[in-house]
Design a protein. Sequence first.
Lengths: 331, 331
Amino acid sequence: MNKAILLKNRPQGKPALSDFKITEIETPKPKVDEILLKTRYVSVDPYLRGRMRDQKSYIPPFQLNKPLESGIIAEVVASNNNNFKEGDFVNGMLQWKKYQTSDGTGLNKVDKNKAPLKAYLGILGLTGLTAYLGLEKIGKPKKGETLLVSGAAGAVGSVVGQIGKIIGCRVVGIAGSDEKINRIKKEFNFDDAINYKTTDDINKAIASKCPEGVDVYFDNVGGEILDAAMQNMNRYGRIINCGAIALYNKTEMPTGPRVEPLLIKNSLLMQGFIVRDFVKDFGPAQKQLATWMAANKLNYLETVVEGFENIPQAFIDLFDGKNKGKMIVEV
Amino acid sequence: MNKAILLKNRPQGKPALSDFKITEIETPKPKVDEILLKTRYVSVDPYLRGRMRDQKSYIPPFQLNKPLESGIIAEVVASNNNNFKEGDFVNGMLQWKKYQTSDGTGLNKVDKNKAPLKAYLGILGLTGLTAYLGLEKIGKPKKGETLLVSGAAGAVGSVVGQIGKIIGCRVVGIAGSDEKINRIKKEFNFDDAINYKTTDDINKAIASKCPEGVDVYFDNVGGEILDAAMQNMNRYGRIINCGAIALYNKTEMPTGPRVEPLLIKNSLLMQGFIVRDFVKDFGPAQKQLATWMAANKLNYLETVVEGFENIPQAFIDLFDGKNKGKMIVEV
């Protein structure tokens, strides 16, 4: 039986299960040059929240009553296309369906003998590429500099911190529980970490953990943590605006301290980072990540939820920080 | 009789004459290797407001009851230094004194036969360099792109717009009176201009004057005009945060809409620009500016106030937009 998950309502604030609809659909037959794909692993990511709004952005918004889509690892179960054969595994932006056809456009074959299939959604996929290319293209951290990372126990943040350590930075992470703080320090090799939920004054906490100031801030959260980080930036500091999960569910235009006085005073750079802007750099970046992975220099965690029907709940759980590392649904 | 102008109080909000003290001092005698300088032209600039605050910044704050300083053109009236002779003119950061000595550190000789002396404080000085290097190093405008400039009738903004036209951009300026709007279009060659004081909705006004969106925004003002510009930026847009005159006199931490969602959504770059960060590029930049000037491609305006005692008032008048172009005091 084939199924699809549709966007039923545009979420107001935090997404709810009632915003999604699971529906039975027919299993399509592959036409000439098409393949039939069986979904195996589905990536759920905070940025998908943005696509649920009806607004112009870097990718078109999801349509109501149409299937959602995200990064998916699928198995080729039938093929009329010479580039793919039964039993191949592919990675690409695919729809939230158990079965779907494709002409192969935008799909990359992945080798399950080189790395676990799930890794192609995480450390070797957009997650790892986001960490690596965000640092390389905008942050440009140098040995001896201080790198601050928010969402540090998350899929992207944990990789950012480890790359920072490989480069030779002092790396400090921010996360929302003592368990995460321990994990950051023990499993991800961060020099120090801050639990923002138990800290009275996040500004002072950063100052205390980063006594030489912050040179590069990799921001996955936005909001008040970004404000506090900005107060601690050194001259010529670089801020990678990679995510703003603190704001994604806001229903009103969020306000905060103005940034321009600090930008000018300290010659700071802030730049929005979208990994898809750097598609041409994916090849060398993946190679570097695979090399570090093979040398056991990159730990990564996954939270794997079972069952196609649980994709919406897994997505919603991201906003409560219920994932450890990359959140993946196994179908 | 020698005189100096001291900072008497740190201004609260808009600076007042009572924040300054004009005092008589002795005229110093140049020691070995020193020169005696007579102040001829004094540059007053909005950024000096920042140095009147007691806070860490890219240059140390002014000290209470000590002389202020700014860019000054002075005449060498006595010399014990082989590098300078009587009758030479020099440009440098000097104190607000009628006469002062110097060992020559940080001073550049200027040639009054190549350009009017005042031009070395404006179009060929930090003003022109700020416009040119801010665009070149951060904005990187390309032919056919849209360049938006705030403070467009001011010393920096008017040069920014003209350089944009030389590059081949569509250039739109924002200023605060119809007289300035006319000047921007007629004397500075802007394609179009917006009077923000008579515009109900600055956001819509920008959208209407920039039908293809804004690729580069050169910001001299900050505040609500920056907010509106950000709403109109194209993907991969660049914002040069050069000044924030709208905020300099604020006594409380100013707040506004958060920038991080827009930065991420449109892969925008915002960077604080301080011309002194690019000292190594001054030579070629000055040469380019002089070439354009000689080819009559750069118009510039000056407001010249007479009298050493009027330096504080000239500075205060900047915040009411009373200057046309570069504000200079002739001593």
